[in-house]
Design a protein. Structure first.
Length: 509
């Protein structure tokens, strides 16, 4: 074999050849592994031996040193190959660990993003220039832009944000405190303006450099409207309260004036009542004195007129006898009027104290007193069970007797039929005296209780017109009321009430 002599072989130092050989083996070992490195060691050794080494006389493989050197290179190639394989395995393992870490972080980020998407609030992440990096589902639902449409756009340009203060001041506070919160106004995609409660959190790196801003927005538009409505309602209520206060003040002033006027009226009324009571007392005293004092001269006039009629009757002609008769009749009627007036005045001034009185016994005594009139008229009087009440027994007798006498006197063509009943109602005993007489027209109901009031002439129905007036005064003294129910020609029913427990103010009258 012809030796291949390189043109520069004479310039190569024999010590450089092993170094070149070692570099080639290490390169092959690091590039392709241990087996290629061994092959490269053997092939390189023979190549150097046949083509390069002999002229240089580096390896001749004739001595043990040459074989030792070759063995050393083989060991080196094996070691370098293993180290290369181990380095590659470690690189692959490191790359796998790094890939696994990245995948784990990506999964965590995806999970966090999913959790953020579940949030009802609008959550976004933007860089320090305001460009959107993350846009959750809540933000998409709140504002109307999807995540793909929003990411990469400037937040405050997209939402046309209206800040409560300059943005530079907000960012300065955010850099200083790493947190800011306040109320912002945003535009939705449909143009609707909303108010949000916004919270900003600054994200920093390990060396405290600002990286991004997370913004969380909660829609409070309805709450702000409710607050505004509440504020307006409160204002209206305040205004109404003020108006009502003014009205109440005016009402109170009017009420105070009315109270003062009422007190003045009550004072006048009390004074008038006192004067009226005094006047009534004087009037009753006068009526009693007048009627009592008139009795004696009237009896004297009557007596002398009767003596004149009896002793000198033959001296008068028919006209004189008629005059005498008129005088006698007038004196009798005058005496009867005075007697009734005296009885009327005595109801309030000379009444007895109230005591338990058996009404059935009182009615029986009244019927006995009217026995002559009952027999002459053929009257029938029936009576249901009657109660025992606290009353002035003599005035109660006069009350029943007057009502029965009226029923007998104002009878129709048929004989009188009179029925007396009583029932308890609302703390009162209500009595009825019903007859089948001529009746009373309703327009005369008030008039019949006035003194000396008559509905018929004395020729048809004699009397003074004091009977019902006395009845009313007796009932009034006992604290009750009296009224008729009647129609002309249909009979009359008189109702009157007496308290089952009359008060002391009635007894003291």
């Amino acid at each position: 074999m012809t030796l291949l002599l390189l043109p520069f072989h004479s310039q190569i130092h024999t010590a450089v050849v092993p170094l070149i050989y070692l570099v080639l083996v290490l390169f092959v070992a690091s590039a392709w592994g241990m087996k290629p490195a061994i092959v490269a060691s053997l092939a390189g050794a023979f190549a150097f031996d046949y083509f390069i080494i002999p002229p240089i006389n580096a390896f001749s493989f004739n001595t043990s040193e040459d074989w030792s050197a070759l063995l050393a290179f083989l060991i080196t190639s094996v070691a370098a190959g293993k180290l290369s394989v181990r380095a590659r395995v470690r690189a692959v393992e490191a790359e796998a660990v790094h890939r696994e870490r990245l995948e784990k972080q990506a999964a965590e980020l995806r999970e966090q993003a999913q959790l953020l998407d579940l949030a009802h609030d609008a959550i976004m992440v933007r860089d320090l220039d305001g460009r959107i990096l993350f846009w959750n589902q809540g933000a998409a639902e709140r504002y109307g832009w999807s995540s793909q449409e929003a990411i990469g756009r400037i937040t405050h340009q997209l939402l046309q944000t209206e800040f409560p203060q300059p943005l530079e001041e907000i960012m300065a506070e955010l850099q200083r405190e790493s947190f800011w919160e306040g109320e912002l106004e945003h535009n939705r995609r449909d143009g609707k303006r909303i108010v949000v409660a916004s919270r900003w959190v600054l994200k920093r790196s390990d060396n405290s450099e600002s990286q991004a801003v997370m913004e969380i927005n909660n829609d409070i538009t309805e709450r702000k409207r409710a607050e505004e409505s509440l504020r307006k309602a409160h204002g209206e209520l305040e205004q109404r309260v003020q108006e009502r206060t003014r009205d109440l003040k005016t009402s109170n002033e009017l009420l105070e004036m009315e109270i003062a006027e009422r007190k003045r009226a009550e004072s006048i009324l009390a004074q008038q009542s006192t004067e009226l009571a005094r006047s009534n007392s004087e009037l009753e005293q006068f009526a009693y004195i007048a009627s009592h004092d008139l009795q004696e001269p009237l009896r004297m006039v009557g007596s002398y007129v009767q003596l004149l009629e009896r002793n000198y009757k033959n001296l008068f002609d028919a006209k004189g006898e008629e005059y005498i008769a008129y005088a006698v009749d007038g004196a009798k009627r005058m005496q009867l009027l005075i007697s009734d007036l005296l009885a009327y005045s005595r109801v309030g001034t000379q009444g007895n104290e109230f005591a338990l009185s058996d009404c059935a016994g009182v009615v029986g005594l009244a019927i006995k007193n009217l026995q002559k009139a009952i027999q002459e008229s053929g009257a029938t009087i029936t009576c249901e069970p009657l109660p025992t009440v606290r009353a002035d027994r003599m005035q109660l007798l006069q009350l029943f007797q007057n009502l029965l006498a009226n029923a007998i006197k104002f009878r129709a063509e048929q004989p009188p039929e009179i029925h007396i009943t009583a029932k308890h109602t609302d703390g009162f005993w209500q009595f009825t005296v019903k007859d089948n007489g001529i009746g009373i027209e309703p327009r005369h109901f008030e008039r019949i209780f006035l003194i000396f009031q008559r509905l018929h002439s004395r020729r048809h129905y004699p009397g003074t017109g004091m009977g019902l007036a006395i009845c009313k005064k007796i009932v009034d003294r006992h604290g009750g009321t009296i009224w008729p129910v009647s129609e002309s020609g249909m009979g009359t029913t008189f109702f009157f009430t007496l308290p089952d427990k009359p008060g002391d103010h009635h007894e003291s009258q």
